[in-house]
Write a protein that binds this ligand. Structure first.
Ligand code: FNR
Length: 379
């Protein structure tokens, strides 16, 4: 409503309300390296394109005269109360896009009441991001490092800083073949930005011989790369996480129904159907195409979340109708961050939420849990 009313007073929003236009605008304010890092994907970027194309296969079938005067988008997701079924996906090293990086995003999330999922690879420490977010709800995303002591340290710090749910990203134990980054030398690019969430960690510091300064910064970056992920992990290792984290755990990167079943078997509380925005396996199926099978396999036994390709309210409706309890948005809010810092992120979050509310209501739906495959038709 606020966007319509502002328009009535001839005050136009500073950024376009069509969030699909933000990528083009962000390209104008970011360096080629920063833009390539966020907009890019793995290989030929076929999966990133497929992620978007999959939404076009489904169409919403609006229903009439269903009394949608009273609308409520709120949901409870793994014990967190949310005003709408939208979370901010974990995105690493956000200082690349704006000097305030994750701090600005945490403030925007808190202002809108939405939950931020903070990346392990944050350019600010998780404690600083937690203070910026204040009373806002926050989840922590773990890149499970080779060094188990470092993993435990991350979990203990996250618990102490008020992160309630753990998201474990399984699809990125190493960065993928990403030509846009490889062509522009991504790692040296990070030298000036750093990954403060690692650099501030006592276990990490011990491994690099003390606090990270200009003198050992390159060595710290190399150690970061060396310990970043553990390709040897198997389903049996999840018991280790259960031992060290007493809150809900969701596995991010699930695409196969059998993997979803294994997650339930391993005592996980949720799965996030995601292909990392097409940034890991080029040629992989669209994430939306994986959603119905996963939802059918574990619906009821674990909370199913979805990401990769969400841009509009209609996209959210389709993902919820196909079995997701909530969705995560990635690149769009990063473009908002690049274009307008905290205000830019807020703008994107408000637009997607408002678009969702209108699209749901006009489709005859007043609450997210009313959505089912019956609201969709395949074209
Ligand atoms: C990501 N993503 C990601 N995921 C994660 O678990 N930890 C991370 O640190 C990052 N970092 C990251 C950086 C950038 C620049 C992007 C674009 C993405 C993946 C992210 O959480 C999410 O899965 C995708 O972004 C969802 O796809 P869309 O919404 O960008 O299409």
């Amino acid at each position: 409503n606020s966007i319509y009313l502002r328009g009535l007073g001839d005050v136009l929003p500073a950024l376009p309300t069509d969030t699909t236009r933000l990528e083009g605008l962000a390209e104008g304010v970011l360096s080629a390296r920063a833009f390539g890092y966020v907009a890019g994907a793995a290989g030929s970027e076929a999966t990133a394109r497929a992620n978007r194309a999959a939404f076009d296969k489904w169409r919403i079938v609006p229903r009439m005269l269903r009394d949608v005067a009273d609308r409520d988008l709120s949901v409870d997701v793994l014990g967190t109360a949310m005003p709408s079924p939208i979370l901010l996906a974990p995105v690493g090293v956000q200082s690349i896009f704006h000097p305030d990086g994750e701090l600005a995003v945490a403030r925007a999330a808190a202002a809108t009441g939405l939950t931020m999922v903070l990346s392990t690879a944050a350019s600010y420490s998780m404690e600083d991001v937690a203070s910026a977010g204040g009373d806002g709800s926050r989840w922590y995303q773990l890149y499970w490092p080779k060094d188990r002591d470092l993993a435990v340290s991350f979990l203990e710090r996250a618990k102490a800083a008020g992160y309630t749910t753990l998201v474990v990203t399984l699809d990125t134990f190493t960065l993928a073949w990403r030509p846009r980054d490889l062509d522009r030398a991504y790692l040296p690019f990070l030298r000036g930005i750093g990954v403060a969430n690692y650099f501030s960690d006592p276990v990490f510091q011990r491994a690099v011989g003390g606090p990270v300064t200009a003198a050992n910064r390159d060595a710290a970056l190399l150690h970061w790369v060396a310990t970043f992920g553990d390709p040897s992990l198997t389903w049996d290792d999840l018991a280790f996480l259960r031992e060290h984290w007493d809150g809900p755990i969701a596995l991010k990167g699930i695409q196969h129904p059998d993997d979803a079943r294994r997650a339930v078997h391993a005592g996980m509380d949720g799965v996030i159907v995601s292909n990392h925005g097409g940034r890991q396996v080029d040629g992989a199926i669209a994430s939306l195409d994986a959603l119905p099978g996963v939802a059918e396999a574990v619906g009821g036994q674990a909370t199913v979340l979805f990401d990769s390709g969400i841009r509009t309210g209609a996209d959210v409706v389709k993902a919820l109708a196909l079995g997701a309890r909530a969705v995560l948005v990635g690149r769009p809010y990063v473009y908002g961050l690049a274009l307008g810092g905290e205000a830019g992120v807020q703008h994107v979050l408000r637009c997607v939420q408002a678009d969702l509310e209108l699209t749901m209501a006009l489709s005859g739906v007043s609450r997210p849990d009313q959505l089912s495959p019956e609201n969709l038709a395949i074209t």
